[in-house]
Design a protein around this ligand. Structure first.
Ligand SMILES: [Zn+2]
Length: 397
């Protein structure tokens, strides 16, 4: 009898061990299945994300250093677990931004980029490696983020944000961040955020300078309140034309992550009505108080004329991608130079026999050239003048 009991006990222990092993295997399989990333080429509906009811032991270990902060605490961490953030652009700003949001425990990250990784990106877009060249940036960034924190839900979108998909996408994310350089996309993201009632944490970096603002937040201004009209396309410079030191977008992306985390955890942002300017050369930070929300703003004003998304490429007169750049100024300038060269050649040819004619022709050419130069300069300055006027409404904080 006693022997039979011992044998049954031994078999039971064996079975219990087997059950534990099977449970571990199942958990590993479920974890690896959950971490499979599917690249989205269109916007699909997402199930709503809710905050965790309580932190697990693993959560407490992982986030222990930030849980100690009275500004965040357990409540702030739980708020982060229920936060969804859309990152428009997985480049120099988007990479550190996604990295810190994932590390801090944001529940869901939408990573959007239409571009692929190139060698010239690697000096500033630090989530991508040499082996990722040719891959979709959104997928490369999502994989890197998953390696850092597998509990964060990542949705990589390999698509171009457009008036057709922007509202559907942005409405699914409580916070949107824009890190894009081209002007049509800035207006598109701004209008979609205003129409969806979402704050927009926006940053930019060029050469040795960076800027950061939170638009459409707590009654503050939107992008259109400050820039009602787009700049002439020939006056806009981007990183591929003007250059950028890699660490500058890195710093600005970290500031963006800071403001997103403050908003998503419930602390709130203090950048709602101010522009932070960073001069890396002189190592200066300059907060500038912005003018308030404008009653006559086309999208967030009292009688808005923009009540749905429009054709932003037509509105701005430029393409919504940085790949296919059309620099009208350069084209125009080339035409002017060709015209002048033709005149000079013609004048030399005609005036071989007549010195007087040569003098007259030279004077004519000089006059035409002067008129063209003055015309171009006036056009370029008119937008700068508009910007100076918009900045003149702000006071330095
Ligand atoms: Zn506005």
């Amino acid at each position: 009898m006693a022997q039979e009991v011992c044998s049954l006990k031994a078999r039971l222990e064996e079975k219990e061990k087997e059950i534990v092993d099977l449970k571990n295997k199942l958990a590993q399989l479920e974890k690896s299945h959950a971490s499979v990333l599917e690249l989205q080429d269109k916007v699909t509906p997402l199930s709503p994300l809710t905050a965790k009811p309580a932190l697990s032991n693993e959560d407490i270990m992982r986030y222990s250093r930030q849980l100690l902060l009275p500004e965040l605490g357990v409540k702030g961490q739980l708020n982060l677990s229920g936060a969804s953030v859309l990152i428009v652009g997985c480049g120099g700003l988007g990479c550190p931004l996604a990295q810190y949001l994932a590390a801090a425990g944001v529940g869901r990250l939408g990573l959007l980029d239409y571009d692929e990784v190139e060698l010239s990106n690697l000096h500033r877009q630090v989530l991508h490696g040499e082996e990722n060249q040719g891959q979709a940036k959104a997928l490369s960034a999502a994989r890197a983020v998953k390696r850092l924190n597998s509990t964060v839900e990542c949705i990589p979108y390999h698509l171009q944000l457009s008036p057709e998909n922007a509202l559907q996408l942005i409405q699914q994310y409580p916070q949107a961040t824009s890190v894009t350089y081209n002007v049509p996309t800035r207006y598109l993201v701004n209008d979609a955020c205003v129409l969806s009632g979402k704050p927009l944490v926006s940053a930019s970096a060029l050469r040795m300078e960076g800027q950061l603002t939170v638009y459409n937040y707590c009654g503050g201004p939107c992008y259109r309140c400050l820039y009602p009209l787009p700049p002439p396309p020939e006056t806009v410079t981007n990183c591929s034309d003007g250059g950028v030191l890699g660490v500058v977008p890195g710093i600005m992306g970290c500031f963006q992550a800071l403001e997103v985390l403050k908003i998503a955890s419930g602390q709130g942002s203090s950048c709602g009505q101010q522009l932070l300017m960073f001069d890396a050369q002189g190592f200066r930070f300059r907060p500038i108080r912005l003018r308030p929300k404008q009653a006559d703003c086309a999208v967030c004003g009292e009688s808005p004329s923009v009540t749905q998304l429009i054709d932003y490429e037509a509105f701005c007169g430029s393409a919504a991608t940085d790949k296919d750049k059309t620099c009208l100024g350069v084209v125009c300038e080339h035409k002017v130079y060709l015209l002048i060269k033709c005149f000079l050649l013609a004048s030399v040819f005609i005036c071989v026999s007549s010195l007087t004619c040569l003098v007259l022709m030279t004077m004519c050419i000089f006059y035409i050239y002067l008129c063209i130069v003055i015309n171009i300069t006036t056009k370029a300055l008119s937008w700068q003048d508009q910007q100076i006027r918009s900045v003149s409404h702000v006071s330095i904080g």
